[in-house]
Write a protein that binds this ligand. Structure first.
Ligand code: ZN
Length: 189
């Protein structure tokens, strides 16, 4: 398992619901947390490790010692949303790129945890922002899609560079072709 960079096609895949919360899924979640910590991130969605399932992990402390801050969101659904707030975001699939994104200030979310129990939360601040960012991943939506023009413009060149690098790595066999990747998961919607 590894974190895939933009524009890997998995990042545009609309993921399918998780059907079973079992030992195999717990192993995936453990590996995702390890990758997230290694990259000093606070959240990681399954799309970002090329798994087309509706699941993301979060630890707002980014600190592997803070185990009690770890949260797993399986089949999350966002509910009532209120207000908007602009703030800076990064994404482990866009290393080193940051920009302001407008998000709801306050959201409700329902999901299942890794024990298979449903839970509900009302979130504000960084938690609300992170959950919206990660939920977007599950629908193939990326933070650059939601950036204000003012935030996106300075990233045009760095994003093109990422695209160029990915195509070069693909040509070198580092990644499968887009077509092969799509066949692996079915055509993105
Ligand atoms: Zn992201």
């Amino acid at each position: 398992m590894e974190i895939v960079p933009y524009p890997h096609p998995a990042l545009r895949f609309k993921s399918q619901p998780v059907r079973e919360i079992d030992a195999a899924l717990r192993k995936i979640v453990d590996e995702m947390f390890a990758l997230m910590y290694a990259s000093k991130g606070i959240g990681l969605a399954a799309n970002q490790v090329a798994l087309p399932i509706r699941l993301f992990v979060l630890n707002l402390s980014a600190d592997p010692q803070e185990k009690d801050q770890e949260q797993v969101f399986i089949n999350p659904v966002l509910g009532k949303r209120r207000g908007t707030v602009e703030g800076e975001e990064g994404c482990l699939s866009f290393p080193g790129l940051y920009g302001d994104v407008k998000r709801y200030a306050d959201i409700a979310v329902e999901a299942f945890n890794i024990q298979g129990q449903p839970f509900q939360q009302r979130l504000t601040g960084l938690a609300a922002r992170a959950v919206q960012h990660e939920s977007d991943h599950l629908d193939g939506v990326l933070f650059i899609d939601r950036m204000t023009d003012g935030a996106r413009d300075p990233l045009t060149l760095p994003v093109l560079k990422l695209e160029e690098q990915f195509r070069l790595d693909q040509a070198a066999g580092r990644w499968p072709s887009d077509e092969a990747l799509r066949q692996q998961w079915g055509e993105p919607k």
